[in-house]
Write a protein that binds this ligand. Structure first.
Ligand SMILES: [Ca+2]
Ligand SMILES: [Ca+2]
Length: 464
């Protein structure tokens, strides 16, 4: 299956939310991070010794920032400067939060795009350096006592998993349209704000703690709204998005007026309704996404703020920082010998909501022609099981190809939330059946040798 198509499918929202009263400062999202280490790529570590780059080791990474260490050879440490190369490979994005030798920070970084790279990797603070596909050369002072290179980094999967964060959170996982809104009545004689200066959590329209399941940091997302006579202004500060991913990062404002819903989206390549920035603020001291919206009232069918009257607003934010209650949403088993069964994949359902969820009966459905080749084993998940907030259940899927070739399947998992709304998410599976390599017994090998020598004799006779 085309991975890009799979990516497109998995970020599509395929769930139905329920309308509940909104409190602007309480979060409904409480995932736990039980995900085991699931490497998506790595950093090869090289060190400069006696005029040559020497491979020291490989540090695998998954989506979460984790610190790993590798001891550098004594010959490298004895030099006046220790030069290390970090060669990133694999995954769909990669960042370094900190790299130190012992506890000593780098004095120089080469191969990075960001000018303040040395400061970015000096501390583990969510302020990260883009390292995707790069060879980053890091120089440390020599004759360091502790010779362990420590790298805190992450590598994202190729396929981004999860849904945007929704504000109000009651709209989370709602594919079609928001059902819950913030009320805003524009002031007839409002003034254009001087944002981002003067943004104050005390004046926020909403402040919601977000806990991404994508390895991005937990953080409070804020929204503000203001207006002047002609324009509706809004800011969305998505502190959980500490990675700059071009047009993959976006935020939107949906405005409901006179029964008509209109959505305005802003990304690096979509600046008609506003602008994204990637900055540090008083709310979060590491670089993160802040979206500024400016929407003329004329776009809402009103000639002025006064005419606009009462508005209903809903927001979303996505930054590859996202949330899902089913993980993973995509898995490729790779090549598996026909007639055998792969090692199983564990799939986790996590209650990321504020109240109990119940697995539907049945809790999964599948209708693909190859479903029987992706056998499913019930783990702790079961029809009708109630999962409390932050709790999980799991099941296993494996790949048992019956013929050579690449095939796929999808499993739709369904749960009911506390309002009995049915939510679904789809797990996409892929695998390639490969034919076994023939093996020979000693007798078989002797027969093959005889056959080949006979053929060789025959060919030689023909040529003579
Ligand atoms: Ca950092
Ligand atoms: Ca991002």
């Amino acid at each position: 299956m085309d991975r890009r198509r799979a990516a497109g499918l998995v970020v599509v929202l395929i769930a139905v939310g329920a309308a509940v009263p909104v409190a602007a400062t309480s979060s409904a999202l409480r995932p736990t991070f039980m995900t085991p280490f699931d490497p998506q790529g790595a950093f090869e570590v090289q060190v400069f010794v006696d005029g040559l780059w020497q491979r020291v080791g490989e540090l695998p990474c998954d989506r979460y920032v984790r610190e790993r260490g590798v001891r550098l050879p004594a010959a490298a440490l004895a030099a006046s400067q220790v030069r290390v190369r970090l060669v990133q490979h694999g995954g769909g994005a990669a960042q370094i939060d900190r790299v130190v030798l012992g506890e000593v920070p780098a004095t120089r970084i080469a191969g990075a795009a960001e000018p303040d790279a040395v400061a970015l990797v000096a501390r583990r603070d969510n302020d990260v350096l883009d390292a995707f596909g790069r060879t980053i050369e890091v120089t440390f002072p020599g004759r360091t006592r502790d010779g362990v290179l420590r790298l805190a980094a992450r590598v994202e999967p190729r396929v981004n998993e999860g849904s945007p964060f929704a504000f109000p959170p009651a709209n989370q996982f709602d594919p079609a349209a928001p059902t819950v809104f913030y009320d805003y009545r524009p002031a007839a004689t409002g003034r254009a704000p001087s944002w981002p200066d003067g943004l104050d959590p005390a004046n926020a329209l909403f402040a919601e703690r977000c806990r991404p399941t994508t390895g991005h940091p937990d953080g409070v997302t804020y929204g503000w709204v203001a207006n002047d006579r002609d324009t509706l202004y809004a800011e969305v500060e998505f502190t959980s998005d500490n990675t700059r991913d071009g047009d993959k990062d976006w935020s939107s404002v949906a405005v409901l007026r006179n029964g008509e819903l209109k959505e305005f989206r802003v990304a690096e390549d979509r600046t008609r309704w506003g602008r994204p920035s990637f900055i540090r603020t008083d709310r979060a001291g590491y670089r993160h996404k802040l979206y500024a919206f400016a929407i003329p009232f004329a776009e809402l069918g009103a000639r002025s703020a006064k005419e606009a009257g009462a508005l209903k607003l809903a927001f979303t934010a996505y930054g590859t920082a996202a949330i899902t209650w089913l993980s993973p949403l995509y898995h490729d088993f790779g090549g598996v010998e026909v007639g055998t069964t792969s090692s199983p994949l564990t799939v986790t359902v996590t209650n990321v909501f504020a109240s109990d969820i119940m697995l539907d009966t049945p809790y999964f459905t599948r209708s693909g022609p190859y479903s029987s080749q992706f056998p499913l084993t019930a783990g702790t998940c079961a029809d009708g099981l109630i999962v409390h907030p932050s709790q999980t259940c799991t099941f296993q899927v494996a790949f048992a190809p019956s013929a050579a070739g690449e095939i796929g399947d999808s499993i739709v998992v369904a749960v009911l939330n506390s309002s009995e709304a049915r939510l679904t998410q789809t797990l996409l599976l892929n695998g390639t059946g490969v034919l076994p390599i023939p093996t020979f017994t000693p007798v078989g090998l002797a027969a093959l040798a005889l056959l080949l020598s006979g053929a060789g004799y025959f060919i030689l006779r023909r040529r003579i």
